[in-house]
Design a binder for this molecule. Sequence first.
Ligand SMILES: [Zn+2]
Length: 108
Amino acid sequence: MRKGRRVRLGDLIDDYCPRCKLLLNHDIASFRDNRVAKVICRTCFTEHPYLKGKAAAKKPPKARASSFDQVLAKVSTSAPDRPTPKKRALAPARYITRHSQRPPRGKG
Ligand SMILES: [Zn+2]
């Protein structure tokens, strides 16, 4: 926040909303030591401490990638070409068999 610009209660401020999980417009709800303390999300109206536009506790994406690599390694090393489970075959169409040769009747 710039020093030159004074913000007041109710001013619009961008912040990360922990509920919407997005950077959204917020209203300043309270100050502490001339700093924004709490904000209210204009989208979901949740009041939360001012996060300075950052997510509070976001997992580092590296951990996620490494676990993915682990899985990938596991799959690539110990993956025998397992036959893919076949989808249940559709029931074969039932044809009405018409006998070209009728069984001889007793007539004749
Ligand atoms: Zn929100």
